[in-house]
Design a binder for this molecule. Structure first.
Ligand SMILES: Nc1nc2c(ncn2[C@@H]2O[C@H](COP(=O)(O)OP(=O)(O)O[C@H]3O[C@H](CO)[C@@H](O)[C@H](O)[C@@H]3O)[C@@H](O)[C@H]2O)c(=O)[nH]1
Ligand SMILES: [Mg+2]
Length: 250
């Protein structure tokens, strides 16, 4: 056991970490991300479960998920599918209903969010009893690898727009590698109106509105190797509308 895993293991007996993993066409990525997650939790002596929210992926992601349930057991891996592609934000809302842990981790299934950062998210949460800890690509030694210039500009622009207009004081508003206390996630989610990728930004703005404490851990985001991003022009339009909506209502 490493020094860092000893620190995370301290006081972890009563805590359970539930990962909500939204998937759409992630057949190639799912087995390895689940393996890495299981390894990380075991090495750090943490109680865990993974809730896979698959939106009827045509590539057979759900078949892979069922095989993983057989390998890791149904107490650890849960498949909670939906009948169609209903968007990233509502996938978290759906998954949350099935969470049995007292902490929830949300992350992508395509290795852009590496499980190795989870012990750091947990360590920071524990050190200050924070309500939320968010991974950040845009502070300290965080970063993005593998994106072309266009995607980098979109992401930076989206963060700049929302931070300037809404001032939530979080350096990575659109990122989606986060740890929440379950009751905090439930409360914020109950008021969030966004359905797509804009959801992440609204979550931070609402969290500040409620006065929740938010910590940041620098992460490196590496673009996916298998498959394609599901972010399209429509998500960008929805994002801009979402920022404007919050600006005029908050
Ligand atoms: N269930 C479900 N899952 C979805 C959907 N759309 C995307 N996903 C899943 O959500 C994760 C992120 O989707 P990607 O398509 O890989 O997103 P990205 O372009 O890499 O975007 C990343 O950066 C954005 C901007 O920072 C983030 O907002 C986003 O969450 C993600 O981290 C993946 O696990 C993908 O399978 C959906 O409609 N339904
Ligand atoms: Mg991705």
């Amino acid at each position: 056991m490493t020094y860092s895993s000893v620190q995370v293991a301290t006081d972890s007996v009563e805590n359970k970490y539930s990962v909500i993993l939204p998937t759409y066409n992630e057949r190639g990525n799912l087995p390895i991300i689940v393996w890495l997650l299981a390894k990380t939790f075991k090495e750090n002596d943490l109680d865990w479960e993974i809730i896979i929210v698959d939106d009827a992926s045509p590539d057979g992601t759900q078949e892979i998920a069922k095989q993983l349930i057989n390998v890791y057991h149904q107490d650890r891996i849960k498949l909670k599918p939906r009948t169609g592609k209903l968007g990233l934000g509502t996938a978290y809302i759906h998954g949350l209903q099935f969470v049995t842990g007292n902490f929830v981790i949300i992350m992508d299934a395509d290795f852009s969010h590496h499980p190795k950062f989870i012990p750091e998210l947990i360590r920071l949460q524990k050190s200050r009893n924070l309500d939320i800890v968010t991974g950040t690509r845009y502070a300290s030694n965080g970063g993005v690898y593998g994106w072309d210039l266009k995607r980098k500009i979109i992401s930076r622009g989206a963060n700049f727009l929302a931070s300037t207009l809404l001032r939530p004081g979080v350096s990575d508003l659109t990122g989606s590698f986060r740890l929440y206390k379950k009751e905090v996630l439930q409360r914020i989610i109950s008021v969030v109106i966004s359905k797509g990728y804009v959801f992440q930004m609204e979550m931070m703005v609402r969290a500040r509105q409620f006065g929740y404490t938010i910590g940041e851990v620098p992460i490196t985001f590496v673009d996916r190797v298998y498959g394609e991003s599901k972010m399209g022009a429509n998500e960008i339009v929805q994002y801009a509308k979402g920022v404007w909506q919050l600006f005029i209502t908050i």
